[in-house]
Write a protein that binds this ligand. Structure first.
Ligand code: MN
Length: 492
C-alpha cells in the first residue's frame, strides 16, 4: 500500500523522465485529483505480455500487473502482481516505452471506466467495474509470498470474478478438442458447396490461446508447446482474445515448398534452449485453418463458412503463423496449382458442415498427389556396404480393420544419415525377442530381423499395395511422434 507522504517515489525511481514518454510528475507537486472512481486496464506488450489493472485511490492509481488479464468467468482465478502506484495522468497513457527502459514495449488502453468500492484493505480489494469491455464484481486478494524461504513481499495477489461470466452463456476455454480428420478420396463431383484448401505437409496441432499465451497440443494429445517457441508470438498478437485454433506446423525448403524431412528435427525437441535455437535455423510456420472456440463460445457447431469468416476476422499474420487461403474452386484448378507449387494435395471441405472433433469425416476429403501410409515400426535389418554400421531397412506393420497388426513389408530408402542413426538409437532401446505379429511369416521376411516393441509410428510414400498387403516401392518420410501406434490403419 502506498506511503501517504510520498506516494509516487517508487514510480519515479524506476523512470527517467528524459527517456520515457510516460507521465512523470515532479516530486512535491500536488497530485491531480480525479473523480475518485476511475479504473483503467492497459494492455502492455513488454518483455512478457500482461495487462495492468489500475484503480484510483487517494490521488494515485493503485496498480497490479495481471499476466493473463482479468478473468472473464468465475471459474478461473488469475495471478496479479501488485506493482508501484502510478500517477493519475497514467490513466489515459498510451505509447511506446523504449527498449531497455523499465517496462519497455507498447501500452494501449484496453478498457476504462468507473468503479465502486465494496471493500478495501491491505490484503483484499473488492470492486464493481463499469467499463466498456468489463462489467461486474471482482475481488483482488493477497496470497502468501510464492518464493520459498523469502519473506512475503506483498506483491503476490490473485484476481477473481465474483459475478457470473461477463456474457450470458460464456463457456470457458475447453481443455481438449480433438482435431477433425479428413477421409482420403477424390475431388467432389460438383464444386458447389465445397471449399478447397491446400494440404500442408506437416504435423497437426491445436492451439489454445488464453490471456496472450499459446498452448499447442499434438494429434495424440501431447503438449508440444515447448518444441515450437516461435508460435508464442501468435498469443501476443491475439492479446485478450480467447480461442482454440486448428492448424498444421510446417517447415519450408529454400524454394518455399513444405519440407516434412526438415520438420523431423523439430518434432522431438523438449529442451527449451535447443528448441529456441532450432526455431531460428529450422523455423516452422503454424498454418491456421479453423477456429473451434472463440471468446467464450464454442464454434464447432457453426458451418465451415461461418467458422472461416471468424478465422479471417482474427487477422492472423506473422512470420511464424498465417491463415492460408480457402478457395471456391474449381477444385481441379486448386489441385493443379497445388501440384505446380510442390504441395501435397488439397482438402475439400463441405461448406455447410460443422466441425466434428476427433472424427474422420467425409465432410473433409483429402486428395493427394502421392500415396502415403502411416506405419508401425516392428523391427529392423542391419545395413550392408556403406550402411553396414547402421540399419538397412525398417520392418513395418499396419493394423487391419479388425485391429490386428499385419505385416506391411519393409522400407530401405528415403533416409538421411541423421535419420538412420536416430532411428537405430530409438529401436535399440525397444528391442524384443519375438515378432509382434500373430501370424507366422515366411523365413525370407524374418531373416536378420531385430524385432522391436510395436510402438513407434512412421510414414512412408509408396506406389501401391501388393495383393498380399505389402507396400510396393515404399520410401521413408519420417517418424510421426504425433500419432499413436494403435491409430495406424490401412488408408486405402
Ligand atoms: Mn506494465
Amino acid at each position: 500500500m502506498p506511503d501517504r507522504r510520498e506516494p509516487l517515489d517508487e514510480y519515479r525511481a524506476k523512470r527517467d523522465p528524459a527517456r520515457t514518454p510516460e507521465p512523470v510528475p515532479a516530486a512535491g507537486e500536488p497530485t491531480p485529483s480525479g473523480s475518485g472512481a476511475t479504473f483503467v486496464v492497459q494492455e502492455h506488450h513488454a518483455r512478457a505480455l500482461h495487462w495492468d489493472f489500475r484503480l484510483e485511490r487517494d490521488g494515485v492509481l493503485v496498480s497490479w500487473a495481471v499476466p493473463k488479464g482479468l478473468p472473464q468467468d468465475p471459474g478461473t482465478n488469475h495471478l496479479a502482481v501488485h506493482t508501484e502506484d502510478h500517477p493519475m495522468e497514467y490513466a489515459t497513457f498510451e505509447g511506446e516505452i523504449g527498449a531497455g527502459e523499465y517496462g519497455g514495449g507498447s501500452v494501449t488502453v484496453w478498457d476504462h471506466g468507473t468503479y465502486e468500492t465494496l471493500k478495501w484493505s491491505d490484503r483484499e480489494v473488492q470492486v464493481v467495474l463499469h467499463g466498456e469491455r468489463v462489467q461486474g464484481k471482482y475481488v483482488l486478494f493477497a496470497t502468501r509470498g510464492r518464493t520459498k524461504g523469502k519473506p512475503d513481499d506483498g506483491r503476490s495477489w490473485m484476481v477473481h470474478r465474483m459475478d457470473p461470466p461477463t456474457r450470458d452463456g460464456w463457456t470457458p476455454l475447453p481443455d481438449l478438442v480433438k482435431p477433425m480428420l479428413a477421409v482420403p478420396g477424390e475431388l467432389p463431383e460438383e464444386d458447389d458447396g465445397w471449399a478447397f484448401e491446400m494440404k500442408w505437409d506437416g504435423v497437426r496441432a491445436v492451439a489454445y490461446v488464453d490471456g496472450g499465451r499459446v498452448r499447442l497440443m499434438s494429434r495424440n494429445d501431447l503438449d508440444v508447446t515447448r518444441s515450437y517457441p516461435e508460435v508464442a508470438g501468435m498469443g501476443e498478437q491475439l492479446g485478450s482474445v480467447q480461442a482454440v485454433l486448428d492448424g498444421e506446423l510446417v517447415t519450408f525448403d529454400e524454394r518455399g515448398a513444405p519440407d516434412f524431412g526438415r520438420l523431423q528435427q523439430r518434432m522431438h525437441v523438449a529442451d527449451v534452449a535447443v528448441a529456441r535455437r532450432l526455431a531460428k535455423t529450422v523455423p516452422v510456420v503454424y498454418l491456421v485453418f479453423d477456429v473451434l472456440h472463440l471468446d467464450g463460445r464454442p464454434t464447432v457447431d457453426l458451418p465451415y463458412d461461418e467458422r472461416r469468416a471468424l478465422l479471417d476476422g482474427l487477422g492472423l499474420a506473422g512470420r511464424s503463423w498465417q491463415t492460408p487461403p480457402s478457395f471456391d474452386g474449381p477444385g481441379a484448378d486448386v489441385l493443379a496449382a497445388s501440384r505446380e507449387n510442390g504441395l501435397e494435395g488439397v482438402v475439400a471441405k463441405r461448406r455447410t458442415a460443422r466441425y466434428r472433433p476427433g472424427a474422420r469425416s467425409p465432410d473433409w476429403r483429402k486428395v493427394k498427389h502421392v500415396r502415403m501410409q502411416e506405419v508401425v515400426l516392428v523391427g529392423w535389418r542391419p545395413g550392408k556396404g556403406a550402411r553396414a554400421e547402421t540399419l538397412g531397412a525398417l520392418v513395418l506393420g499396419v493394423h487391419d480393420d479388425a485391429g490386428t497388426l499385419r505385416p506391411a513389408g519393409s522400407v530401405g530408402t528415403g533416409f538421411t544419415r541423421r535419420m538412420l542413426d536416430d532411428l537405430l538409437a530409438r529401436l535399440t532401446r525397444i528391442e524384443r525377442r519375438s515378432s509382434p505379429f500373430e501370424e507366422r511369416l515366411p523365413a525370407a521376411e524374418t531373416r536378420d530381423v531385430h524385432w522391436v516393441s510395436p510402438e513407434l509410428v512412421g510414414e512412408v510414400q509408396f506406389a501401391e499395395w501388393t495383393s498380399d498387403g505389402r507396400l510396393r516401392h515404399p520410401s521413408w518420410r519420417g517418424l510421426r511422434p504425433d500419432k499413436s501406434a494403435s491409430d495406424v490403419v490401412r488408408e486405402g
